[in-house]
Design a protein around this ligand. Structure first.
Ligand SMILES: C[S@@+](CC[C@H](N)C(=O)[O-])C[C@H]1O[C@@H](n2cnc3c(N)ncnc32)[C@H](O)[C@@H]1O
Length: 387
């Protein structure tokens, strides 16, 4: 029986490809996307329709349309999905148009809306206490793990413990008549999860759980076929490197699993397992795309992020041959010049930064900080050799 990290590391063979490009192995950065034929400049080589999971960062939730991600310089959208709380109405999601509202509503469905409200309510009612609590200094994760930087064995132990508590919570919630001990466990797990929760991590996991529910249950050991949506996620490269740092998000991720298990509608509980959360978070960490404001010239605002699996096979180059744009929920990749057959198609991971205005050390430092890898793109390798 593989342990939870081994199960997470299992990557499925990618099945995605398009008319112009396909996934192949590279000698320098795992898999990459390659041109099948010559491609003229300004050709759309791939469109990735919508994220498998996404989150709008908490401070921007009134300002970013929850369906098409439209953002208008900080203006609050006036169309909202409201709930009644005591004697007043409170928005839980915001939209730029009625059309977007309808799409969001239809996509989530009754069960998704119920889950969304449950999470939003829990977070809103605990926010004042959490803000107060978070102002107090806390020991970093490393202080709890033998005063050393965590190693994979620690990560394995934490996620295994998460899995064990997740099973207890699920059993307690599904019990027709929970015992006194089960009721206490639920109270304590809920309380403890709230003290470590990060709202964005929790919403990302909820989005993943809802995607998974729509795709249908599958064999967690992957010995039986799995639904396509989740297959696409499991084809992506996972990375635990974020966990192996001082400011590791692992406690927040574990808290998100436990909190959702305490509050979600019962029929969603089977989808919110520790392994599914681990799969989502470790794939998100090196494959996510930022949801940014569309600006012309000036720096864009980082509004949120999400995972678009079919778009995640383009490696980074400091001299990219593709440009990416995101009209609405989709990502579109277009050639910036003519492409030769078998040429690798690459994008820039540097966001607003212009690679040609930076020197090689600056670019590599930036990529290492943000994405955790040493850039081995042809331009960097050539410039490093000259130095
Ligand atoms: C979004 S994935 C790209 C697809 C990935 N190569 C795969 O096999 O699934 C990003 C990861 O690819 C690798 N990568 C992408 N561009 C790279 C580059 N310029 N130099 C080194 N590694 C790179 C890094 O491991 C990075 O975390």
């Amino acid at each position: 029986m593989p342990n939870i990290l081994e199960a997470n590391a299992l990557m499925l063979e990618p099945i995605s490809s398009s008319e112009y490009c396909e996934i192949r192995q590279t000698s320098w950065a795992g898999r990459g996307m390659f041109a099948k034929t010559s491609i003229p400049a300004s050709t759309t080589v791939l469109q990735s329709p919508g994220p498998i999971a996404y989150v709008i960062l908490q401070p921007f939730r009134h300002e970013v349309c929850d369906w098409c991600f439209a953002y208008d310089n900080g203006k609050r959208w006036t169309i909202s999905y409201d709930i009644q709380v005591k004697n007043s109405r409170r928005g839980v999601a915001w939209f730029c148009s009625d059309d977007c509202y309808e799409h969001w509503y239809g996509n989530l469905g009754e069960l998704g809306i119920e889950a969304w409200i449950a999470l939003d309510q829990t977070l809103a009612s605990s926010r004042p206490a959490r803000i107060k609590e978070n102002a107090k200094p806390r020991p970093p994760l490393t202080a709890r793990i033998n005063n050393t930087i965590p190693v994979p064995r620690d990560i394995e132990a934490i996620w295994s413990a998460c899995d064990t508590l997740a099973s207890f919570i699920t059993t307690a919630r599904l019990a027709e008549q929970p015992t006194k001990a089960q009721r206490r466990l639920l109270r304590e797990a809920h309380q403890s999860a709230l003290s470590f929760i990060d709202e964005d991590d929790a919403f990302l996991l909820l989005a993943g759980v809802l995607s998974l529910e729509r795709a249908g249950l599958f064999d967690e050991a992957l010995s039986k076929p799995i639904p396509l949506t989740w297959q696409a996620l499991l084809e992506l490269q996972p990375s635990i490197s974020e966990y192996l740092k001082n400011d590791s998000p692992i406690t927040r991720h574990v808290a998100a699993v436990h909190l959702l298990l305490c509050i979600l509608p019962l029929s969603l509980l089977p989808y919110c397992s520790a392994i599914n959360a681990l799969r989502l978070y470790t794939r998100d960490s090196c494959n996510s795309f930022g949801i940014r404001s569309q600006t012309h010239g000036s720096e864009s605002e980082f509004l949120g992020y999400g995972v678009w699996p079919s778009a995640s096979y383009f490696n980074h180059s400091c001299d990219p041959n593709l440009v990416k744009t995101s009209p609405g929920r989709a990502w579109i990749f277009e050639t910036s010049r003519e492409i030769l057959p078998d040429e690798e198609l690459r994008i820039s991971y540097l966001g607003d930064l212009a690679p040609h205005e930076m020197d090689v050390e600056e670019r590599r430092k930036q990529l290492k900080q943000t994405w955790g890898f040493d850039c081995d793109c042809p331009l960097c390798l050539a410039q490093l050799q000259v130095k």
